[in-house]
Ligand binder design. Structure first.
Ligand code: ZN
Length: 257
């Protein structure tokens, strides 16, 4: 019994120390930024699948970018009309972006019939269609950095994965592939396994070590510097409160090139 208490105490102490480490990192500007492209100002395109993806998954990233005056454009590839709440969710996305210091005019929400009707798990979006939409946005806004999901899409949602493949696959669009060969940095949000995802602040250690092992800066972790903004952004998505938790704040944004 004594060893059980010892293990529980150790976990508790580690959890508290980890939480304080994250808080300290969030109060002091990030100093260990090794990725050179992030040190200059960029025209950044954040590509997401649904209204609320920006608040659920990318707020540490958006807060980092807006605080350093990068020009952030948000491209949402659907209005999330699976439950018939598409128009409400559109407004919520605009309001959330304003809370995250991204002006409404820099948010584009695609309302394409092929992307709305098929919204939801198990429905695949056409990657070539996505690629064409993304390519148009890149050229019209002189984008030099793209940020989106990795090939698992954090939650495994098929639309998140579609966005990844639509963004990066040269099979989807030769035009987009040619565009990406130009001087454009591409970052993706790294999905973690369920153990890491729900280990709370303790995961900060593994994340830091993992990033340090990639001395070239191809893996970068970001601690949320403005968690209050993130809460405000998530609070705008009232139509989704039933099925979402508020545990996104202070999750790190691991990104891989
Ligand atoms: Zn989503």
């Amino acid at each position: 019994m004594a060893w059980l208490v010892m293990i529980a105490s150790l976990i508790l102490v580690t959890w508290i120390v980890s939480l304080f480490t994250i808080l300290i990192l969030s109060f002091f500007p990030f100093t260990n930024l090794r990725a050179a492209p992030l040190r200059k100002r960029n025209n950044v395109l954040l590509v997401i699948a649904h209204p609320d993806d920006e608040s659920m998954f990318f707020t540490p990233t958006i807060n980092f970018l807006t605080s350093r005056r990068h020009n952030v454009q948000v491209l949402c590839l659907s209005i999330g009309d699976a439950d018939g709440k598409g128009n409400i969710r559109k407004k919520e996305l605009f309001q959330a972006c304003v809370a995250l210091k991204v002006p409404m005019q820099q948010v584009k929400i695609v309302n394409h019939p092929d992307l709305q009707v098929l919204d939801g798990f198990g429905k695949v979006w056409n990657h070539s269609l996505l690629a064409n939409i993304i390519e148009e946005q890149i050229t019209s806004h002189c984008i030099n950095m793209i940020i989106t999901f990795d090939n698992y899409g954090v939650s495994g949602h098929c639309n998140h994965r579609d966005v990844h493949y639509g963004s990066f696959s040269h099979v989807s669009s030769k035009l987009l592939y040619d565009t990406l060969q130009k001087d454009i940095d591409v970052w993706e949000l790294v999905s973690t396994n369920i153990l890491r995802k729900y280990s709370g602040p303790i995961d900060i250690w593994l994340t830091m070590i993992w990033a340090m092992l990639h001395s070239s800066g191809t893996i970068q972790y970001l601690v949320n510097e403005h968690p209050r903004r993130s809460y405000c952004a998530m609070a705008q998505h009232a139509s989704q409160w039933v099925c979402q938790s508020m545990n996104f704040v202070n999750e790190k944004g691991d990104r891989d090139e």
